[in-house]
Design a binder for this molecule. Structure first.
Ligand code: KG4
Ligand code: ZN
Length: 341
């Protein structure tokens, strides 16, 4: 087959990911994570993440090549996350990708992490119909993206004005005494809880917010509301019903995320909505988005949970799309850009 064979390298946060794809076919998805080293701090420590990337980089590339049964010389492209993300962490991946590119002569593509979260869906569901709306929700970002052209024109319609959705999951998990990262634990606890137990606030949903913040999110008020609710319970000497609070909090997040993403699709005449990012692994978000997309006559797509969280396959998927679209490679001195949008 002559579809492009591309290796993708991801180091924007705490996952050292190396993926290899041919066209839309996933051949390898090697990951080393430093999440356990951050757990005791309750959040990712940038310096620790950078060092872990440096240690894991070469062995993870080697493992991906072995899994895919290819060599560096076979590659048509090397894609790497150039931003957004933690500056020091990004530099490790970008530096490694440039070294591999220079040593082998394989063209390099510095890519956007958010576009890669969208592109990964091609590995599961094939080419993305354009235009599409992407709801990207992770520990670092909560954005509604307009995907006019995955190879060139991906723009933000809205974003969180404070905490990212995943950050809210992680902070509320901490309040409830659940481990880090808290998203999966809240997801699990919520399955045994009552979604209507407390009616927590839906940020930026008031009529007055519809002009300026129509497609934006806010989760810090929600986190504070949960904290206050828990404090009041404890002050009364009562136990906190963890499953119910988890379910009610999760409902508030998923309600506003799905409502705004579907509104964006309807108002822009777009028929396809994609979910991506770590929080897109959330079972309630998937169920509610499915329900609401169906009611609105929209097509909803999302990849399997393992491809929602950070990985190298998503970067390789975007790289393969760029090669196939005939996009020119990056010039070798491109920078890591922690605030890329
Ligand atoms: O995309 P990702 O792996 O890394 C970033 O780019 O941030 O997302 C990690 C985030 C964490 O906040 C984690 O708690 C959240 O995704 N997460 C979830 C679930 N699985 C991961 N949040 C809610 N429900 C889940 N099942
Ligand atoms: Zn991410």
């Amino acid at each position: 087959k002559n579809e492009p064979l591309v290796m993708g390298i991801e180091t924007s946060c705490d996952e050292t990911g190396v993926g290899i794809v041919r066209g839309h076919e996933l051949l390898a998805d090697a990951i080393a994570s430093s999440v356990d080293e951050h757990a005791r701090f309750g959040g990712v420590v940038p310096e620790v993440a950078s060092r872990a990337h440096l240690e894991a980089m070469v062995p993870t590339v080697q493992r991906a090549l072995d899994d895919a049964g290819v060599t560096l010389a076979d590659l048509d492209g090397i894609a790497v996350t150039a931003g957004p993300g933690l500056a020091g962490a990004l530099m490790v991946g970008v530096g490694a990708a440039k070294a591999y590119s220079i040593a082998t002569g394989v063209p390099i593509y510095g890519v956007n992490h958010l576009s890669a979260h969208i592109a990964v869906d091609t590995l599961e569901n094939g080419p993305i119909p354009e235009p599409a709306i992407g709801l990207l929700v992770s520990g670092g970002h909560s954005t509604i993206m307009m995907v006019e052209d995955l190879a060139g024109k991906v723009t933000q319609l809205g974003a969180s004005i404070d905490d990212a959705a995943g950050e809210a999951f992680d902070k509320v998990a901490r309040l409830l005494g659940l481990p880090f990262p808290g998203g999966p634990y809240i997801d699990r606890a919520a399955k045994e809880g009552d979604r209507a137990y407390v009616d927590f606030p839906r940020g930026l949903s008031a009529a007055k917010d519809q002009e300026k913040h129509r497609y934006d999110f806010s989760f810090s008020g929600l986190k504070t509301a949960v904290a206050r609710w828990i404090e009041a319970r404890r002050a009364d000497g009562e136990d906190v019903p963890v499953n119910d609070v988890a379910a009610a909090f999760q409902e508030a997040v998923c309600d506003v995320l799905t409502r705004k993403a579907i509104l964006a699709a309807k108002e822009h005449g777009v028929e396809t909505v994609l979910l991506g990012g770590g929080v897109a692994a959330n079972s309630r978000l998937r169920a509610l988005a499915t329900e609401r997309a169906e009611a609105a006559g929209l097509v909803l797509r999302y990849p399997r949970p393992k491809l929602c969280t950070d990985n190298g396959a998503m970067v390789a998927a975007l790289g393969s799309h760029l090669v196939a679209a005939g996009v020119a490679p990056s010039v070798i001195d491109f920078p890591a850009n922690s605030s890329m949008d």
